[in-house]
Design a protein around this ligand. Structure first.
Ligand SMILES: Cc1cc2nc3c(=O)[nH]c(=O)nc-3n(C[C@H](O)[C@H](O)[C@H](O)COP(=O)(O)O)c2cc1C
Length: 260
């Protein structure tokens, strides 16, 4: 097993997988350690993980994840849910006052689920498995919840495709550390500092997109001339679609009981 330092250094999102299944005892060991080895708000443990391995069921998840190929390819999809249902059921069974089906409860469970998810990533990656987060979980939240038969006050917050890597992608850059770290107070970057923070990203990111014929053609078609424009275009993170999906997400939280 890799050390923590080697695990961080080897991290790449994996989008192509070998068909080899992920053994049940490995999944259980990793989840057990990930749960025990991470903090949990009030130790309420408000996370549930749904495993999907059945190819037919993965096909439906593939549709819900905007037909991203890796959902079909990966032998395992793990859906991490912010789960206040279990806690509230226990409270009710013990005659305790109800709580947590509210916006604070949502955040408590969301953070718990994300902590578990990232620990699971580390556990899997340390053992040589590959993962990729599926941000589309947020955009299909209601449909995934229905498909996985999630109860009220339990919603999917993120998903991982998991398996043995069939690719070795290059390491992706991150913004420089000074963009993340603030001493005592938030330091707003000046225009020049903003330029410096994004310089490398803008150069390499644009070159990377332009090296992909499909994205190059789309950039031309939509008149996109910079990386920043890509990020709020019809091609990537379309603001109009985001507005619709954000409204749907709000309605889903409301229906689940997390919003008044
Ligand atoms: C919450 C979250 C959602 C993501 N969703 C997707 C996704 O839907 N599709 C995808 O190909 N990659 C997805 N990614 C992977 C990111 O694109 C990837 O982490 C980023 O480009 C950096 O690359 P690296 O992980 O290889 O370092 C997601 C990552 C996170 C953290």
């Amino acid at each position: 097993m890799k050390t923590l330092e080697d695990t961080f250094a080897a991290h790449r999102s994996i989008r192509q997988f070998r068909p080899d299944p992920v053994a049940q005892d490995l999944i259980e060991t990793v989840c057990q350690q990930a749960i025990a080895g991470g903090s949990s708000s009030g130790n309420l443990n408000t996370c549930s993980i749904v495993l999907t391995r059945d190819p037919e069921r993965k096909r439906r998840l593939y549709e819900l994840h905007f037909e991203q190929d890796m959902v079909l390819q990966a032998p395992l999809v793990m859906t991490f849910c912010a789960d206040m249902f279990r806690t509230r059921s226990w409270l009710a069974a013990r005659g305790a006052r109800d709580n947590f089906a509210n916006f604070i409860g949502w955040h408590v469970a969301l953070v718990d689920a994300v902590i578990v998810a990232q620990n699971v990533c580390l556990g899997l990656e340390a053992r040589g498995l590959g993962i990729c987060y599926m941000g589309t979980t947020l955009h299909s939240m209601a449909q995934i919840a229905e498909f996985l038969e999630l109860p009220p006050a339990c919603l999917p917050v993120t998903s991982l495709v998991v398996g043995y890597p069939a690719e070795t992608p290059p390491q992706r850059d991150r913004l420089p550390l000074q963009a993340f770290l603030h001493d005592e107070r938030y330091q707003r970057p000046t225009a020049a500092q903003l330029d410096a923070i994004y310089a490398d990203r803008e150069h390499k990111g644009w070159e990377r997109y332009m090296s992909m014929p499909r994205l190059k053609a789309l950039a031309e078609e939509h008149g996109i001339t910079s990386l920043a424009q890509f990020y709020t275009s019809k091609v990537k993170y379309d603001p109009d679609q985001f507005a619709l999906d954000a409204a749907a997400l709000r309605a889903t939280l409301e229906k689940a009981g997390f919003l008044p």
